[in-house]
Design a protein around this ligand. Sequence first.
Ligand code: PLP
Length: 397
Amino acid sequence: MENSFATRMGKVKKSFIREILKVAGDPEIISFAGGLPNPALFPVDNMRAACVKVLDESARALLQYQTSEGHGPLREFIARRYRERWGFDASADEVLVTSGSQQALDLIGKIFIDAGDRVVLERPGYLGAIQALGIYEPEFVQVELEDDGMDTARLAETLAERRPKFIYTVPNFQNPSGVSYSRERREEVARLAVDSGCYIIEDDPYGELRFRGESVPPIRLWAGANCIMTGSFSKTVAPGLRVGWVYAPREVIDKLLIAKQAADLHSDSLSQRVLYQYLADNDIDEHIAVIRDAYGRQRNAMVAAVKEHCPPDVKCTEPEGGMFLWMTLPKGLDSHALFDKAVAAKVAFVPGTPFYTDGGGANTMRLNYSNSDEEKIHEGIKRLGRVIKDAVAGGCA
Ligand SMILES: Cc1ncc(COP(=O)(O)O)c(C=O)c1O
């Protein structure tokens, strides 16, 4: 029976992070492994009120099948936010609601990728994109992510030599690295994509979670119709709702809609209605400000703890927003080899290699700070620092 499975299933691995989350389920383990928002910040009471209201007012209608495009007022809310925040000429027709932005990535893979097509990703890149797009059997070409964005000289060569179908990027507080693109890098990526007639997938679940520095406009500002944006309410409201979206030119939305109809007819309409009611009755910006403030403090705690407890040649990014930071160990140390020792010391992280499609990144790891309070962060990094120091002393490779 084993050979009944399609060959493509042999090429895509189980999400390593989801496997790690099982290990990290032990309550004594301080886990920096998941990518979870802080549940203490979920707007439970206001969500309950929204839920009761929509069920009282229109239960029968909203429990019925709905349109594939998504709830109209919610699409308009998303389009209006693009208009108001960035001055984009966005209309609800250019927004498709998806089951999380993860589904958006799957649908994008479905409509664009034939086996063997090239797809450009950052190096390291978002594991969920590697998994979602990988199903469609592209050849991934990773371009180094530097401190302020993708290496654009390398990107220019890659576009000329490899003619990719699209560039996938997370320009704000990237998962896994926490790195953000400068304005110059965004403009340059946009220019290169437009000049070579290549789409950019701009995945932006973290853009609103900036706790330092100035917001920088999306790449779409410069790339226009070459850009397909994906977004999500997972990090600003709650991930369990599974509400994300694609904002793209109409001709792309039309194709995505066919793929969406084939996949699931439409996203959960109860979630969409409840979310819309919540957004209509509450000030989302006030709520996001609370999240930003908390994550800023949690990030500060983690950066400070790394400086205090890790050897000086351990480097970490100092993100201006989002939920992750990226640690680089001294050359020769292998974070995979450290993982079991860290779990024995009751702390967990994600080793860096799954974020590289070429097997690189052995001495790197991703650390999540949004799902642990400051005290846990301090204690967890102290444990991790001890494991790293022991490895350095023992020459653990
Ligand atoms: C960069 C990026 N894109 C997309 C997603 C998917 O999020 P969701 O499907 O919850 O919207 C995540 C989740 O962590 C992410 O980090």
